[in-house]
Design a protein around this ligand. Sequence first.
Ligand code: NDP
Ligand code: BG6
Length: 514
Amino acid sequence: MMLALSFPCNKGYSLLESRVPNAGFNRKANSMAARTIPVDPFDLVIFGGTGDLARRKILPSLFRRLKAGQMPKQARVIGCARSKMTRKAYQDQIRAALEEFISDPEERPEDLVETFLGGLDYVTLDVTDDEGWKQLQGKLRDDAVRAFYLSVGPSLFGPIARRLAEFDLATPESRIVVEKPLGHDLESAKALNTELAACFNEDQIYRIDHYLGKETVQNLMALRFANALFEPLWNAHHVDHVQITVAETVGVEGRGGYYDKSGAMRDMVQNHLMQLLCLTAMEPPAHFDPDAVRDEKLKVIRALDPVPLKDTVRGQYRANGSTGGYLEHVGNPDSMTESYVALKVQISNWRWAGTPFYLRTGKKLRSRMSEIAVIFKEVPHSIFPEVSERKRNALIIRLQPNEGITLRMTIKDPGPGGMRLTEVPLDMSFADALGPADVTDAYERLVMDVIRGNQTLFMRGDEVEAAWAWTDEILGRWEESRERPQPYDPGGSGPEDALGLMHRDGRRWREVET
Ligand code: NDP
Ligand code: BG6
Protein backbone atom coordinates (compact mmCIF):
# COMPACT_ATOMS: atom_id res chain seq x y z
CA MET A 1 0.00 0.00 0.00
CA MET A 2 1.29 3.45 -0.78
CA LEU A 3 -0.01 6.84 0.26
CA ALA A 4 0.74 9.52 -2.29
CA LEU A 5 2.02 12.75 -0.84
CA SER A 6 0.35 15.46 -2.84
CA PHE A 7 0.91 18.39 -0.57
CA PRO A 8 1.38 21.93 -1.82
CA CYS A 9 4.98 22.79 -2.55
CA ASN A 10 6.46 26.19 -3.08
CA LYS A 11 8.89 26.69 -5.89
CA GLY A 12 11.06 28.75 -3.60
CA TYR A 13 12.35 25.62 -1.84
CA SER A 14 15.58 25.62 -3.79
CA LEU A 15 18.38 26.92 -1.65
CA LEU A 16 20.84 27.57 -4.38
CA GLU A 17 19.12 27.99 -7.67
CA SER A 18 18.28 31.50 -8.66
CA ARG A 19 14.63 30.77 -9.15
CA VAL A 20 11.92 33.14 -8.20
CA PRO A 21 9.60 31.70 -5.54
CA ASN A 22 6.10 31.41 -6.81
CA ALA A 23 2.87 31.08 -5.01
CA GLY A 24 1.63 28.09 -7.00
CA PHE A 25 0.24 25.02 -5.35
CA ASN A 26 0.43 22.49 -8.14
CA ARG A 27 4.07 21.82 -8.85
CA LYS A 28 3.51 20.10 -12.17
CA ALA A 29 1.31 22.86 -13.46
CA ASN A 30 3.71 25.47 -12.17
CA SER A 31 7.01 23.99 -13.20
CA MET A 32 6.88 25.98 -16.43
CA ALA A 33 6.71 29.13 -14.35
CA ALA A 34 10.17 28.52 -12.91
CA ARG A 35 12.55 31.28 -13.91
CA THR A 36 16.26 31.01 -14.24
CA ILE A 37 18.41 34.07 -13.91
CA PRO A 38 21.43 34.02 -16.24
CA VAL A 39 24.88 34.03 -14.69
CA ASP A 40 27.37 36.71 -15.70
CA PRO A 41 29.18 36.30 -19.02
CA PHE A 42 32.19 34.06 -18.54
CA ASP A 43 35.29 32.60 -20.16
CA LEU A 44 35.68 28.97 -19.12
CA VAL A 45 38.95 27.30 -20.06
CA ILE A 46 38.80 23.50 -19.97
CA PHE A 47 42.24 21.89 -19.78
CA GLY A 48 41.57 18.41 -21.11
CA GLY A 49 38.78 19.82 -23.30
CA THR A 50 38.90 16.77 -25.59
CA GLY A 51 38.76 14.19 -22.78
CA ASP A 52 35.98 11.93 -21.59
CA LEU A 53 34.87 14.13 -18.68
CA ALA A 54 34.68 17.25 -20.84
CA ARG A 55 32.79 15.54 -23.67
CA ARG A 56 30.48 13.41 -21.53
CA LYS A 57 29.69 15.75 -18.65
CA ILE A 58 31.03 19.30 -18.67
CA LEU A 59 30.10 20.40 -22.20
CA PRO A 60 26.65 18.71 -22.36
CA SER A 61 25.88 20.26 -18.96
CA LEU A 62 26.84 23.70 -20.23
CA PHE A 63 24.66 23.17 -23.28
CA ARG A 64 21.69 22.33 -21.05
CA ARG A 65 22.30 25.49 -19.04
CA LEU A 66 22.35 27.51 -22.26
CA LYS A 67 19.05 25.91 -23.20
CA ALA A 68 17.65 26.71 -19.76
CA GLY A 69 18.65 30.34 -20.19
CA GLN A 70 21.22 30.29 -17.38
CA MET A 71 24.38 30.32 -19.49
CA PRO A 72 24.43 33.65 -21.31
CA LYS A 73 24.98 33.67 -25.05
CA GLN A 74 28.09 35.84 -24.55
CA ALA A 75 29.78 33.03 -22.59
CA ARG A 76 32.83 31.41 -24.14
CA VAL A 77 34.35 28.01 -23.59
CA ILE A 78 37.93 27.34 -24.63
CA GLY A 79 39.09 23.73 -24.80
CA CYS A 80 42.81 23.03 -24.41
CA ALA A 81 44.70 19.80 -25.07
CA ARG A 82 47.87 18.63 -26.78
CA SER A 83 46.14 17.35 -29.92
CA LYS A 84 46.65 19.69 -32.84
CA MET A 85 43.25 20.78 -34.02
CA THR A 86 41.53 23.78 -35.57
CA ARG A 87 38.67 25.56 -33.83
CA LYS A 88 36.32 24.11 -36.44
CA ALA A 89 37.55 20.55 -35.80
CA TYR A 90 36.98 21.03 -32.07
CA GLN A 91 33.50 22.38 -32.67
CA ASP A 92 32.76 19.30 -34.81
CA GLN A 93 34.07 17.04 -32.07
CA ILE A 94 31.84 18.68 -29.49
CA ARG A 95 28.83 18.61 -31.83
CA ALA A 96 29.33 14.83 -32.00
CA ALA A 97 29.65 14.69 -28.19
CA LEU A 98 26.34 16.55 -27.77
CA GLU A 99 24.67 14.10 -30.18
CA GLU A 100 26.11 11.17 -28.24
CA PHE A 101 25.40 12.35 -24.72
CA ILE A 102 22.14 14.25 -25.27
CA SER A 103 20.62 11.55 -27.39
CA ASP A 104 17.13 12.99 -27.81
CA PRO A 105 17.29 15.43 -30.77
CA GLU A 106 14.39 17.39 -29.27
CA GLU A 107 16.61 18.17 -26.31
CA ARG A 108 19.16 19.89 -28.55
CA PRO A 109 17.47 22.24 -31.02
CA GLU A 110 19.81 22.97 -33.94
CA ASP A 111 19.79 26.77 -33.51
CA LEU A 112 20.94 26.41 -29.89
CA VAL A 113 23.61 23.89 -30.85
CA GLU A 114 24.93 26.45 -33.35
CA THR A 115 24.90 29.18 -30.70
CA PHE A 116 26.71 26.88 -28.28
CA LEU A 117 29.34 25.85 -30.80
CA GLY A 118 29.78 29.49 -31.81
CA GLY A 119 30.99 30.20 -28.28
CA LEU A 120 33.56 27.37 -28.40
CA ASP A 121 37.23 27.85 -29.13
CA TYR A 122 40.32 25.66 -28.94
CA VAL A 123 43.98 26.14 -28.12
CA THR A 124 46.60 23.44 -28.70
CA LEU A 125 48.74 23.41 -25.62
CA ASP A 126 50.79 20.97 -23.56
CA VAL A 127 50.38 22.14 -19.99
CA THR A 128 53.87 20.91 -19.13
CA ASP A 129 55.62 23.28 -21.54
CA ASP A 130 55.51 27.01 -22.21
CA GLU A 131 54.04 27.11 -25.72
CA GLY A 132 50.48 28.22 -26.32
CA TRP A 133 49.83 30.17 -23.11
CA LYS A 134 50.17 33.59 -24.77
CA GLN A 135 47.67 32.50 -27.40
CA LEU A 136 45.30 31.40 -24.65
CA GLN A 137 45.78 34.68 -22.83
CA GLY A 138 44.84 36.57 -25.99
CA LYS A 139 41.46 34.84 -26.01
CA LEU A 140 40.46 35.85 -22.48
CA ARG A 141 38.40 38.96 -21.80
CA ASP A 142 39.05 41.34 -18.91
CA ASP A 143 35.38 41.98 -18.25
CA ALA A 144 34.17 38.36 -18.04
CA VAL A 145 34.24 35.91 -15.13
CA ARG A 146 37.31 33.74 -15.67
CA ALA A 147 37.36 30.07 -14.70
CA PHE A 148 39.88 27.30 -15.36
CA TYR A 149 38.59 23.73 -15.24
CA LEU A 150 41.40 21.21 -14.75
CA SER A 151 39.85 18.19 -16.43
CA VAL A 152 43.20 16.38 -16.49
CA GLY A 153 45.02 14.03 -14.14
CA PRO A 154 46.12 15.47 -10.76
CA SER A 155 49.82 15.29 -11.68
CA LEU A 156 49.09 18.21 -14.04
CA PHE A 157 47.40 20.46 -11.45
CA GLY A 158 50.71 21.91 -10.22
CA PRO A 159 52.16 22.63 -13.70
CA ILE A 160 48.89 24.28 -14.79
CA ALA A 161 48.51 26.39 -11.65
CA ARG A 162 52.14 27.60 -11.97
CA ARG A 163 51.78 28.56 -15.63
CA LEU A 164 48.46 30.31 -15.08
CA ALA A 165 50.26 32.51 -12.57
CA GLU A 166 53.47 32.87 -14.63
CA PHE A 167 51.68 33.89 -17.82
CA ASP A 168 49.33 36.24 -15.95
CA LEU A 169 46.21 34.37 -16.92
CA ALA A 170 44.94 34.06 -13.36
CA THR A 171 43.47 37.23 -11.91
CA PRO A 172 42.60 37.50 -8.19
CA GLU A 173 38.96 36.83 -9.12
CA SER A 174 39.63 33.80 -11.34
CA ARG A 175 38.35 30.41 -10.27
CA ILE A 176 40.13 27.10 -10.61
CA VAL A 177 38.16 23.86 -10.66
CA VAL A 178 39.69 20.48 -9.81
CA GLU A 179 38.27 16.97 -9.89
CA LYS A 180 38.88 13.82 -7.95
CA PRO A 181 41.12 12.00 -7.30
CA LEU A 182 42.24 14.73 -4.88
CA GLY A 183 45.10 12.65 -3.57
CA HIS A 184 45.66 9.00 -2.84
CA ASP A 185 46.25 9.47 0.87
CA LEU A 186 46.72 12.32 3.34
CA GLU A 187 50.27 13.06 2.26
CA SER A 188 49.48 13.35 -1.46
CA ALA A 189 46.31 15.38 -0.72
CA LYS A 190 48.40 17.83 1.31
CA ALA A 191 50.91 18.07 -1.54
CA LEU A 192 48.11 18.86 -4.01
CA ASN A 193 46.65 21.49 -1.72
CA THR A 194 50.07 23.06 -1.33
CA GLU A 195 50.57 23.20 -5.11
CA LEU A 196 47.21 24.89 -5.61
CA ALA A 197 47.69 27.23 -2.66
CA ALA A 198 50.98 28.47 -4.12
CA CYS A 199 49.02 30.19 -6.91
CA PHE A 200 45.41 30.47 -5.73
CA ASN A 201 43.60 31.52 -2.57
CA GLU A 202 41.27 28.97 -1.02
CA ASP A 203 38.27 31.04 -2.06
CA GLN A 204 39.31 30.61 -5.70
CA ILE A 205 39.60 26.82 -5.55
CA TYR A 206 36.54 24.70 -6.41
CA ARG A 207 37.08 21.02 -5.56
CA ILE A 208 34.31 19.02 -7.18
CA ASP A 209 32.57 16.09 -5.55
CA HIS A 210 29.75 15.52 -8.00
CA TYR A 211 27.60 13.95 -5.27
CA LEU A 212 27.21 17.42 -3.77
CA GLY A 213 25.58 18.57 -6.99
CA LYS A 214 22.89 15.90 -6.89
CA GLU A 215 19.43 17.31 -6.32
CA THR A 216 18.57 15.12 -3.34
CA VAL A 217 21.84 15.75 -1.60
CA GLN A 218 21.03 19.44 -1.48
CA ASN A 219 17.49 18.63 -0.56
CA LEU A 220 18.84 16.90 2.50
CA MET A 221 19.85 20.34 3.77
CA ALA A 222 16.44 21.78 2.88
CA LEU A 223 14.70 18.85 4.53
CA ARG A 224 16.69 19.22 7.72
CA PHE A 225 17.00 22.96 8.04
CA ALA A 226 13.87 24.34 6.35
CA ASN A 227 11.37 22.06 8.11
CA ALA A 228 10.60 22.15 11.80
CA LEU A 229 9.46 18.53 11.71
CA PHE A 230 12.64 16.48 11.67
CA GLU A 231 15.34 18.42 13.46
CA PRO A 232 14.04 17.77 17.01
CA LEU A 233 14.20 14.04 16.24
CA TRP A 234 17.54 14.15 14.43
CA ASN A 235 19.78 12.81 17.18
CA ALA A 236 20.81 9.75 19.16
CA HIS A 237 17.73 9.98 21.42
CA HIS A 238 15.39 9.26 18.53
CA VAL A 239 17.46 7.77 15.73
CA ASP A 240 18.39 4.11 16.09
CA HIS A 241 20.88 4.12 13.25
CA VAL A 242 21.55 5.53 9.79
CA GLN A 243 22.28 3.50 6.65
CA ILE A 244 24.03 5.11 3.71
CA THR A 245 24.11 2.98 0.57
CA VAL A 246 25.62 3.68 -2.83
CA ALA A 247 25.11 0.52 -4.87
CA GLU A 248 26.17 0.23 -8.50
CA THR A 249 25.45 -2.39 -11.14
CA VAL A 250 28.52 -1.50 -13.20
CA GLY A 251 31.91 -3.10 -12.66
CA VAL A 252 35.22 -1.34 -13.17
CA GLU A 253 34.30 -0.79 -16.86
CA GLY A 254 37.67 -0.31 -18.53
CA ARG A 255 39.00 1.80 -15.65
CA GLY A 256 40.84 -1.15 -14.12
CA GLY A 257 44.21 0.57 -14.10
CA TYR A 258 42.94 3.48 -12.02
CA TYR A 259 40.48 1.48 -9.93
CA ASP A 260 42.86 -1.24 -8.82
CA LYS A 261 45.09 1.41 -7.24
CA SER A 262 42.11 3.03 -5.54
CA GLY A 263 39.39 0.56 -4.57
CA ALA A 264 35.97 1.42 -3.22
CA MET A 265 37.38 3.08 -0.11
CA ARG A 266 39.37 5.73 -1.99
CA ASP A 267 37.05 5.93 -5.00
CA MET A 268 33.75 6.29 -3.15
CA VAL A 269 33.94 6.34 0.66
CA GLN A 270 36.61 9.00 1.21
CA ASN A 271 34.64 11.46 -0.91
CA HIS A 272 31.04 10.69 -1.93
CA LEU A 273 29.88 8.68 1.08
CA MET A 274 31.79 10.96 3.42
CA GLN A 275 29.92 13.96 2.04
CA LEU A 276 26.58 12.20 2.50
CA LEU A 277 27.54 11.30 6.05
CA CYS A 278 28.55 14.89 6.80
CA LEU A 279 25.36 16.44 5.46
CA THR A 280 23.27 13.94 7.40
CA ALA A 281 25.16 14.34 10.67
CA MET A 282 26.24 17.97 10.75
CA GLU A 283 24.89 20.64 13.08
CA PRO A 284 22.76 23.38 11.52
CA PRO A 285 25.16 26.05 10.26
CA ALA A 286 24.52 29.59 11.50
CA HIS A 287 24.13 30.78 7.91
CA PHE A 288 23.77 29.12 4.56
CA ASP A 289 27.14 30.29 3.36
CA PRO A 290 30.05 28.23 2.10
CA ASP A 291 32.32 28.43 5.11
CA ALA A 292 29.57 28.04 7.68
CA VAL A 293 28.41 24.83 5.95
CA ARG A 294 31.92 23.51 5.44
CA ASP A 295 32.94 24.28 9.03
CA GLU A 296 30.09 22.08 10.24
CA LYS A 297 30.98 19.26 7.86
CA LEU A 298 34.59 19.42 9.00
CA LYS A 299 33.50 19.07 12.64
CA VAL A 300 31.70 15.83 11.75
CA ILE A 301 34.78 14.36 10.05
CA ARG A 302 36.91 15.30 13.02
CA ALA A 303 34.43 13.63 15.37
CA LEU A 304 34.57 10.29 13.55
CA ASP A 305 36.01 7.50 15.68
CA PRO A 306 38.74 5.34 14.20
CA VAL A 307 37.04 2.26 12.78
CA PRO A 308 38.28 -1.07 14.22
CA LEU A 309 38.93 -3.90 11.75
CA LYS A 310 35.92 -5.83 13.06
CA ASP A 311 33.63 -3.00 11.93
CA THR A 312 34.84 -3.12 8.34
CA VAL A 313 34.01 -5.50 5.50
CA ARG A 314 35.77 -5.61 2.14
CA GLY A 315 34.51 -7.50 -0.87
CA GLN A 316 35.57 -8.28 -4.41
CA TYR A 317 33.05 -9.40 -7.05
CA ARG A 318 33.77 -12.84 -8.40
CA ALA A 319 33.38 -14.21 -11.93
CA ASN A 320 29.95 -15.27 -13.06
CA GLY A 321 29.91 -17.96 -15.74
CA SER A 322 31.75 -16.62 -18.74
CA THR A 323 31.74 -13.05 -17.41
CA GLY A 324 35.00 -12.30 -15.66
CA GLY A 325 35.17 -11.12 -12.10
CA TYR A 326 37.06 -8.21 -10.58
CA LEU A 327 40.45 -9.93 -10.90
CA GLU A 328 39.99 -10.50 -14.63
CA HIS A 329 38.56 -7.01 -15.13
CA VAL A 330 41.59 -5.31 -13.61
CA GLY A 331 44.01 -7.86 -15.11
CA ASN A 332 45.62 -8.54 -11.74
CA PRO A 333 45.03 -12.08 -10.39
CA ASP A 334 46.63 -11.21 -7.03
CA SER A 335 44.74 -7.97 -6.46
CA MET A 336 43.78 -7.28 -2.85
CA THR A 337 41.74 -4.21 -3.84
CA GLU A 338 38.12 -4.02 -2.73
CA SER A 339 35.18 -3.38 -5.06
CA TYR A 340 32.84 -3.34 -2.04
CA VAL A 341 33.11 -1.77 1.41
CA ALA A 342 30.79 -1.81 4.41
CA LEU A 343 31.64 0.09 7.58
CA LYS A 344 30.10 0.74 10.95
CA VAL A 345 31.00 4.28 11.86
CA GLN A 346 30.59 6.05 15.19
CA ILE A 347 30.49 9.80 15.62
CA SER A 348 31.72 10.97 19.00
CA ASN A 349 29.69 14.06 19.71
CA TRP A 350 26.62 14.97 21.76
CA ARG A 351 24.19 14.59 18.92
CA TRP A 352 25.24 11.16 17.71
CA ALA A 353 27.12 9.26 20.44
CA GLY A 354 25.70 5.72 20.46
CA THR A 355 23.92 5.91 17.10
CA PRO A 356 25.94 4.08 14.46
CA PHE A 357 26.12 5.10 10.82
CA TYR A 358 26.45 2.07 8.54
CA LEU A 359 27.99 2.84 5.16
CA ARG A 360 28.21 0.50 2.18
CA THR A 361 29.11 0.85 -1.44
CA GLY A 362 29.99 -1.64 -4.12
CA LYS A 363 30.17 -2.42 -7.79
CA LYS A 364 28.31 -5.20 -9.63
CA LEU A 365 25.45 -5.26 -7.16
CA ARG A 366 21.82 -6.10 -7.87
CA SER A 367 20.61 -2.56 -8.53
CA ARG A 368 21.84 0.93 -9.02
CA MET A 369 20.53 2.60 -5.95
CA SER A 370 21.78 5.31 -3.62
CA GLU A 371 19.99 6.35 -0.50
CA ILE A 372 20.30 7.62 3.02
CA ALA A 373 17.97 5.84 5.43
CA VAL A 374 17.40 7.31 8.87
CA ILE A 375 15.88 4.56 11.00
CA PHE A 376 14.09 5.86 14.06
CA LYS A 377 13.79 4.11 17.42
CA GLU A 378 10.70 2.16 18.31
CA VAL A 379 7.95 3.81 20.35
CA PRO A 380 8.86 3.51 24.04
CA HIS A 381 5.76 1.49 24.87
CA SER A 382 3.31 -0.19 22.53
CA ILE A 383 -0.39 -0.21 23.33
CA PHE A 384 -1.11 -2.55 20.43
CA PRO A 385 -1.04 -6.34 20.62
CA GLU A 386 1.08 -7.03 17.53
CA VAL A 387 4.33 -6.06 19.14
CA SER A 388 6.41 -8.44 17.09
CA GLU A 389 5.23 -6.91 13.83
CA ARG A 390 5.86 -3.37 14.89
CA LYS A 391 8.15 -1.56 12.52
CA ARG A 392 10.30 1.44 13.09
CA ASN A 393 9.64 4.71 11.32
CA ALA A 394 12.22 5.35 8.65
CA LEU A 395 12.99 8.38 6.55
CA ILE A 396 14.49 7.38 3.22
CA ILE A 397 16.22 10.00 1.14
CA ARG A 398 16.65 8.56 -2.36
CA LEU A 399 19.51 9.98 -4.40
CA GLN A 400 19.04 7.77 -7.42
CA PRO A 401 17.15 6.55 -9.24
CA ASN A 402 13.79 8.26 -8.87
CA GLU A 403 15.06 10.98 -6.54
CA GLY A 404 12.72 11.65 -3.69
CA ILE A 405 11.86 11.18 -0.07
CA THR A 406 9.85 8.44 1.63
CA LEU A 407 8.66 8.35 5.21
CA ARG A 408 7.77 4.86 6.39
CA MET A 409 4.84 4.97 8.79
CA THR A 410 2.84 2.43 10.72
CA ILE A 411 -0.94 2.73 10.34
CA LYS A 412 -3.99 0.59 10.92
CA ASP A 413 -4.67 -2.03 8.28
CA PRO A 414 -7.97 -0.95 6.72
CA GLY A 415 -11.05 -3.11 7.27
CA PRO A 416 -12.98 -4.62 10.10
CA GLY A 417 -10.32 -7.18 11.15
CA GLY A 418 -9.53 -5.55 14.45
CA MET A 419 -6.57 -3.34 15.26
CA ARG A 420 -3.99 -4.78 12.88
CA LEU A 421 -1.03 -2.64 12.04
CA THR A 422 0.59 -2.25 8.68
CA GLU A 423 3.39 -0.25 7.19
CA VAL A 424 2.93 2.35 4.45
CA PRO A 425 5.30 4.73 2.74
CA LEU A 426 4.49 8.40 2.46
CA ASP A 427 6.21 8.78 -0.82
CA MET A 428 7.35 11.82 -2.74
CA SER A 429 9.18 11.54 -6.02
CA PHE A 430 10.73 14.85 -7.07
CA ALA A 431 9.92 14.21 -10.72
CA ASP A 432 6.23 13.74 -9.85
CA ALA A 433 6.11 16.67 -7.50
CA LEU A 434 8.24 19.13 -9.43
CA GLY A 435 8.25 17.92 -13.03
CA PRO A 436 11.16 15.97 -14.58
CA ALA A 437 12.93 19.04 -15.96
CA ASP A 438 13.65 20.29 -12.46
CA VAL A 439 15.96 17.38 -11.66
CA THR A 440 19.16 18.65 -13.23
CA ASP A 441 22.47 16.86 -13.64
CA ALA A 442 24.98 17.50 -10.87
CA TYR A 443 27.52 19.05 -13.25
CA GLU A 444 25.01 21.63 -14.50
CA ARG A 445 24.57 23.01 -11.03
CA LEU A 446 28.21 22.76 -10.05
CA VAL A 447 29.60 24.51 -13.11
CA MET A 448 27.06 27.32 -12.73
CA ASP A 449 28.01 27.65 -9.05
CA VAL A 450 31.64 28.09 -10.08
CA ILE A 451 30.65 30.97 -12.32
CA ARG A 452 28.45 32.47 -9.62
CA GLY A 453 31.30 32.16 -7.13
CA ASN A 454 29.36 30.00 -4.69
CA GLN A 455 31.60 27.42 -2.97
CA THR A 456 28.95 25.85 -0.74
CA LEU A 457 28.83 22.63 -2.75
CA PHE A 458 32.60 22.31 -3.10
CA MET A 459 35.05 20.76 -0.69
CA ARG A 460 37.48 22.90 1.22
CA GLY A 461 41.12 21.80 1.46
CA ASP A 462 40.98 21.07 5.21
CA GLU A 463 37.86 18.95 4.71
CA VAL A 464 39.60 16.80 2.10
CA GLU A 465 42.63 16.36 4.34
CA ALA A 466 40.53 15.42 7.37
CA ALA A 467 38.67 12.84 5.29
CA TRP A 468 41.96 11.34 4.13
CA ALA A 469 43.36 11.24 7.67
CA TRP A 470 40.37 9.11 8.76
CA THR A 471 40.45 6.96 5.61
CA ASP A 472 44.20 6.33 5.85
CA GLU A 473 43.80 4.69 9.26
CA ILE A 474 41.32 2.17 7.87
CA LEU A 475 43.46 1.51 4.81
CA GLY A 476 46.46 1.03 7.09
CA ARG A 477 44.60 -1.54 9.20
CA TRP A 478 43.60 -3.48 6.10
CA GLU A 479 47.15 -3.49 4.85
CA GLU A 480 48.48 -4.75 8.18
CA SER A 481 45.85 -7.48 8.38
CA ARG A 482 46.77 -8.88 4.94
CA GLU A 483 43.25 -10.31 4.77
CA ARG A 484 41.83 -10.77 1.28
CA PRO A 485 38.54 -9.09 0.41
CA GLN A 486 35.63 -11.52 0.59
CA PRO A 487 34.32 -12.67 -2.82
CA TYR A 488 30.69 -11.85 -3.60
CA ASP A 489 28.37 -12.76 -6.44
CA PRO A 490 27.74 -10.16 -9.11
CA GLY A 491 24.07 -9.21 -9.14
CA GLY A 492 23.69 -9.78 -5.41
CA SER A 493 23.75 -7.47 -2.43
CA GLY A 494 27.38 -7.86 -1.38
CA PRO A 495 29.46 -10.22 0.77
CA GLU A 496 28.01 -12.32 3.60
CA ASP A 497 30.09 -10.55 6.23
CA ALA A 498 28.36 -7.29 5.41
CA LEU A 499 25.07 -8.85 6.52
CA GLY A 500 26.81 -10.01 9.68
CA LEU A 501 27.99 -6.47 10.42
CA MET A 502 24.34 -5.52 10.90
CA HIS A 503 22.96 -8.80 12.26
CA ARG A 504 25.30 -8.87 15.20
CA ASP A 505 23.79 -5.52 16.27
CA GLY A 506 20.23 -6.87 15.78
CA ARG A 507 19.73 -4.75 12.65
CA ARG A 508 19.28 -5.38 8.94
CA TRP A 509 20.37 -3.61 5.80
CA ARG A 510 17.61 -2.37 3.59
CA GLU A 511 17.26 -4.32 0.37
CA VAL A 512 19.48 -3.30 -2.54
CA GLU A 513 16.63 -2.79 -4.98
CA THR A 514 14.95 -0.03 -6.90
P1 NDP B 1 40.86 11.54 -20.48
O1 NDP B 1 42.10 10.71 -20.50
O2 NDP B 1 39.69 11.10 -21.27
O3 NDP B 1 41.23 13.01 -20.98
C1 NDP B 1 42.39 13.68 -20.61
C2 NDP B 1 42.43 15.01 -21.32
O4 NDP B 1 43.60 15.71 -20.93
C3 NDP B 1 42.48 14.91 -22.83
O5 NDP B 1 41.78 16.01 -23.39
C4 NDP B 1 43.96 15.04 -23.14
O6 NDP B 1 44.12 15.43 -24.46
C5 NDP B 1 44.35 16.09 -22.10
N1 NDP B 1 45.75 16.09 -21.72
C6 NDP B 1 46.48 15.06 -21.23
N2 NDP B 1 47.74 15.44 -20.97
C7 NDP B 1 47.81 16.76 -21.31
C8 NDP B 1 48.84 17.72 -21.29
N3 NDP B 1 50.09 17.43 -20.89
N4 NDP B 1 48.56 18.97 -21.69
C9 NDP B 1 47.32 19.30 -22.12
N5 NDP B 1 46.30 18.43 -22.16
C10 NDP B 1 46.54 17.17 -21.77
O7 NDP B 1 40.50 11.75 -18.95
P2 NDP B 1 39.08 12.12 -18.32
O8 NDP B 1 38.47 13.20 -19.11
O9 NDP B 1 38.31 10.88 -18.10
O10 NDP B 1 39.49 12.61 -16.88
C11 NDP B 1 40.16 13.82 -16.64
C12 NDP B 1 40.35 13.95 -15.12
O11 NDP B 1 39.11 14.01 -14.48
C13 NDP B 1 41.09 12.75 -14.50
O12 NDP B 1 41.89 13.20 -13.44
C14 NDP B 1 39.96 11.89 -13.97
O13 NDP B 1 40.37 11.10 -12.89
C15 NDP B 1 39.00 12.97 -13.53
N6 NDP B 1 37.61 12.50 -13.50
C16 NDP B 1 37.04 11.97 -14.62
C17 NDP B 1 35.71 11.54 -14.57
C18 NDP B 1 35.06 11.00 -15.80
O14 NDP B 1 33.85 10.73 -15.71
N7 NDP B 1 35.74 10.83 -16.91
C19 NDP B 1 34.91 11.65 -13.34
C20 NDP B 1 35.61 12.25 -12.24
C21 NDP B 1 36.90 12.65 -12.34
P3 NDP B 1 45.49 15.25 -25.29
O15 NDP B 1 45.89 13.83 -25.12
O16 NDP B 1 45.15 15.65 -26.68
O17 NDP B 1 46.46 16.18 -24.66
C1 BG6 C 1 32.82 8.24 -9.48
C2 BG6 C 1 33.58 6.98 -9.25
O1 BG6 C 1 33.35 9.28 -8.72
O2 BG6 C 1 31.46 8.04 -9.11
C3 BG6 C 1 32.98 5.83 -10.05
O3 BG6 C 1 34.94 7.18 -9.66
C4 BG6 C 1 31.51 5.69 -9.73
O4 BG6 C 1 33.66 4.62 -9.76
C5 BG6 C 1 30.81 7.03 -9.88
O5 BG6 C 1 30.97 4.75 -10.64
C6 BG6 C 1 29.38 6.95 -9.37
O6 BG6 C 1 28.71 8.15 -9.67
P1 BG6 C 1 27.14 8.16 -9.91
O7 BG6 C 1 26.80 9.60 -10.05
O8 BG6 C 1 26.90 7.35 -11.15
O9 BG6 C 1 26.53 7.52 -8.70
